[in-house]
Design a protein around this ligand. Structure first.
Ligand code: AMP
Length: 198
C-alpha cells in the first residue's frame, strides 16, 4: 500500500503515520525526519537545509525528491510506504508521479488531514510543552513565530497538491480536529474501502 498523508504542520500526520507503520508494517517516509538527520550529521545537504528549516521555509525540491527517490528504492519500501510531509509542492507531486510511473507503481490513497488553522498554533504550543514535560528536545521550528512561517509555506506552496490529487480521484478528506483515536478510525474506514482494489 502506498499512501500520502497531507495537511498543514501540526495536523497530526506524524502521529497517524506512526500508527499506520505498526498496523501495516510499511515504513513511514518523512522528509522532515530525513532532513533533521542530515542536519544532525552535518552532511552537505544538512548544512544547506538547516537555515531554511530554522526559518520555517521549504527546502529545495531537488533535495527532497532525491531523498524520496533513494528511500523508496530500499528493500523495506518495496511493499509500500507512507509519505509524511512529501510532496510539499506541485513539482514534488509531479516528480513522485514520474518516479512511480517509471517503476510501474501507483499510489493507493492520499489522505488529507483537514484542520482548523486558527487552532493549530495552540496545538503546536501544546506539542512543545508536552515534549518539554517529557524531557524531550523541543523542535526549533515549533517556536510559534517559526510555526506561522511553516503554515504560510503550507498555504502558499503545499495546499495546491490537494486539488491535484482530488483530480486524480485519490484524495480522501479526514477530519483532523477529532481525537487521535477518532482520526485513526476515520483513516481506517478509508483504507478498508480500498481493500478490494489494493
Ligand atoms: P516536517 O517535519 O515535515 O514538519 O518538516 C520540517 C521542515 O523540513 C519543514 O518545515 C521544511 O523546512 C523541511 N521539509 C520537510 N519536508 C519537506 C519537503 N517535502 N519539501 C521541502 N521542505 C521540506
Amino acid at each position: 500500500m502506498r499512501l500520502i498523508l497531507v495537511g498543514p504542520p501540526g495536523a497530526g500526520k506524524g502521529t497517524q503515520a506512526t500508527r499506520l507503520v505498526e498496523k501495516y508494517g510499511i515504513p513511514q517516509l518523512s522528509t522532515g525526519d530525513m532532513l533533521r538527520a542530515a542536519v544532525a550529521a552535518q552532511t552537505p545537504v544538512g548544512l544547506k537545509a538547516k537555515a531554511v528549516m530554522d526559518a520555517g521555509g521549504l527546502v529545495s525540491d531537488e533535495i527532497v525528491v532525491g531523498f524520496i527517490r533513494d528511500r523508496t528504492a530500499e528493500e523495506d519500501a518495496k511493499n509500500g510506504f507512507i509519505l509524511d510531509g512529501f510532496p510539499r509542492t506541485l513539482a514534488q507531486a509531479e516528480a513522485l508521479d514520474q518516479m512511480l510511473n517509471e517503476n510501474g507503481l501507483k499510489l493507493d490513497s492520499v489522505l488529507e488531514l483537514r484542520v482548523d488553522q486558527t487552532q493549530l498554533v495552540d496545538r503546536i504550543i501544546q506539542r512543545a510543552a508536552d515534549a518539554k514535560a517529557a524531557g524531550q528536545p523541543v523542535r526549533k521550528d515549533d517556536d510559534p513565530e517559526v510555526f506561522k512561517q511553516r503554515l504560510e509555506a503550507y498555504n502558499r506552496d503545499t495546499a495546491i497538491v490537494v486539488p491535484y490529487y482530488e483530480k486524480s480521484g485519490l484524495l480522501s478528506v479526514v477530519d483532523g480536529m477529532q481525537s487521535i483515536d477518532e482520526v485513526s478510525a476515520s483513516i481506517e474506514t478509508v483504507l478498508q474501502g480500498l481493500d478490494e482494489t489494493v
